[in-house]
Design a protein around this ligand. Structure first.
Ligand SMILES: Cc1cc2nc3c(=O)[nH]c(=O)nc-3n(C[C@H](O)[C@H](O)[C@H](O)COP(=O)(O)OP(=O)(O)OC[C@H]3O[C@@H](n4cnc5c(N)ncnc54)[C@H](O)[C@@H]3O)c2cc1C
Length: 396
C-alpha cells in the first residue's frame, strides 16, 4: 500500500463516510470491527481475502492462551479480558472458542541461549505471583508421572497453569466477523485496500470498490503491515505447523493437557505441542520457531516438503513426545511479524494521528486479540479503555 502525500492527490472522488474503517480482518481486525460495531459505531471493514483464511497469521486451528503471561505483567489485563470475551462471543454465536483446562511450560533448569523462551518458567512464575494467578512448579519426576507421554529431563524446570488453555483460532475470527455483521458492520471480503490519503481533514482509504472517508482508521494488516507502516522495524518470518497422528488421541485432548511449550538451550530446540480439540483435525499439532530468514506474504514458500516433515519429526517430535507416529496428516505455513523487542506495536500511524496501527503481535498475539480489539474500538469511540501505552512506538 502506498502512502501518497496530500500534495500528490489531484482528484477527490465522492466517498462513503464511516466512523471507523478497518483494514485487515484477521484476529485483530475482526476483534476491532466486532467490538466497534457492538458499541454502535458505523464500521466498514476490508480484507484482501475471505477470513478466516490460510495466508496470514491467524489459522492452524488453535492458539495457546495463558493468564500468567511470562512476556510481561502488562499483558495480563488483556488476556484476562480476552478470556471473558471468548466466552461471551462463544455464547452469542453458539460456539466454543476457549478450552481452558491447563497448560504446561518447560525450560532448562540452568542457563539457556534461548533469549525468547530460556527463562520462561521463572518469568512466568514471577508474573503469576505478582498478579495472583494460580501457577504450580512441578519437579521433572512429578511431571513424568502426571504426563507420561512427555519425555521431560531431570535438568528441566516445569510450570503448570490450570487456567491456561487453547483458543480456537479460525472459529474465533469467524465468530467475531459474524457478530460484527449482526451488529451492523459492513464488511468487504476479497477487497484490498490500496491507498491511504487525507481529505477534508480525515483519513481516506482506497479500495478497488471505492473510497471511504472515516473518522478513524485501524490498520490491522498482520504480515502485510510493513508495506503500510514501520517497514524498517517489522520482520516477517515463515513458521511451519505440523499435525502428527497419535496412537492414543484421547490423552492429547485439551482436558488432559491443553498444550506444552518446551524451551531448551536454543531457539532451534523450541517445541510447542497442542491438545487435539474434539471434532477438529484428528492429530496432534506441533511446531517450532525460526527467525533466521525474513520473508514477505508474497515471497514466502507455502509448501512444506516431505523432507521438512521428516526432519522435524526426527529432531523434535520422536525424542520428546511419546505415541506420535511419523504420519503427518497436515502441515501449514503461517507468518510471524515481529518487532525488535518481540513486543506488540499498537500506536497511531507515523504520519496520521487518526489512524491506529494494530500490528506486529510477534508470535504471541492471539490470546490478547479480543481485548486489544475492544480497547482500540473503545479508544476510537472516545471511551475509557485498557492501557495500550506499553505497546507504543516511543519505546524504540
Ligand atoms: C505458527 C503460529 C503460531 C502462533 N501461536 C500463537 C499462540 O499459541 N498464542 C498466541 O497468542 N499467538 C500465537 N501466534 C500469534 C498470533 O496468531 C498472531 O499474533 C495473530 O494471529 C495476528 O493476527 P493479525 O490480525 O495481526 O494478522 P492476520 O490474521 O494475518 O490478519 C491480517 C489481515 O489483514 C489482511 N490484509 C493485509 N493487507 C490488506 C490490505 N491492503 N487490504 C485488505 N486486507 C489486508 C490479510 O488478508 C489478513 O486477513 C502464532 C502465530 C503463528 C504464525
Amino acid at each position: 500500500m502506498s502512502l501518497p502525500q496530500p500534495s500528490t492527490v489531484v482528484a477527490m472522488p465522492a466517498v462513503r463516510t464511516a466512523d471507523l474503517a478497518v483494514v485487515g480482518l484477521g484476529a485483530f481486525g475482526a476483534a476491532v470491527a466486532c467490538q466497534a460495531a457492538r458499541l454502535g459505531l458505523d464500521v466498514v471493514g476490508f480484507d484482501r481475502y475471505r477470513p478466516p483464511h490460510e495466508f496470514g497469521s491467524s489459522h492452524a486451528e488453535t492458539r495457546v492462551t495463558r493468564l500468567a503471561v511470562g512476556e510481561g505483567a502488562h499483558y495480563v489485563p488483556f488476556v484476562q479480558r480476552s478470556h471473558e470475551l471468548w466466552r461471551e462471543i462463544g455464547a452469542a454465536t453458539d460456539t466454543v472458542l476457549l478450552h481452558d483446562h491447563g497448560g504446561l511450560i518447560v525450560a532448562p533448569a540452568g542457563a539457556s541461549n534461548d533469549e525468547r523462551w530460556g527463562a520462561f518458567v521463572t518469568d512466568t512464575a514471577a508474573v503469576a505471583a505478582g498478579t495472583g494467578i494460580d501457577f504450580e512448579q512441578l519437579t521433572p519426576a512429578e511431571t513424568r508421572t502426571r504426563f507420561p507421554h512427555l519425555l521431560i529431563g531431570d535438568d528441566e524446570t516445569v510450570g503448570y497453569e490450570p487456567t491456561a488453555g487453547l483458543v480456537m483460532a479460525e472459529r474465533a475470527v469467524a465468530a467475531q466477523l459474524d457478530l460484527a455483521i449482526a451488529s451492523g458492520a459492513e464488511l468487504h471480503f476479497d477487497s484490498t485496500v490500496t491507498g491511504l490519503r487525507r481529505s477534508g481533514g480525515r483519513p481516506v482509504v482506497s479500495t478497488s470498490e471505492g473510497e471511504i472517508a472515516a473518522r478513524h482508521v485501524v490498520v490491522a494488516a498482520g504480515a502485510w503491515a510493513p508495506t503500510v507502516h514501520d517497514h524498517d522495524r517489522l520482520r516477517v518470518t515463515r513458521q511451519v505447523v505440523f499435525w502428527f497422528e497419535a496412537d492414543d488421541l484421547e490423552r492429547w485432548r485439551p482436558d488432559q493437557l491443553s498444550f506444552v511449550i518446551w524451551a531448551r538451550s536454543s531457539i532451534e530446540e523450541y517445541l510447542g505441542a497442542f491438545g487435539s480439540p474434539w471434532g477438529g483435525i484428528p492429530a496432534v499439532k506441533v511446531l517450532g520457531e525460526q527467525f533466521v530468514e525474513p520473508t514477505t506474504p508474497d515471497a514466502v514458500d507455502r509448501t512444506v516438503s516431505r523432507n521438512e516433515i521428516a526432519a522435524f519429526y526426527e529432531r523434535m517430535v520422536e525424542p520428546r513426545l511419546v505415541g506420535l507416529t511419523p504420519n503427518c496428516v497436515k502441515a501449514s505455513v503461517c507468518l510471524y511479524t515481529n518487532t525488535p523487542d518481540d513486543h506488540f506495536l499498537i500506536d497511531v500511524h507515523p504520519e496520521h494521528d487518526d489512524v491506529t496501527v494494530v500490528s506486529a503481535c510477534s508470535g504471541h498475539g492471539f490470546k490478547h486479540s479480543a481485548a486489544v480489539g475492544e480497547a482500540v474500538a473503545r479508544r476510537a469511540a472516545g471511551l475509557d479503555h485498557l492501557d495500550l501505552s506499553p505497546f507504543g512506538r516511543s519505546r524504540f
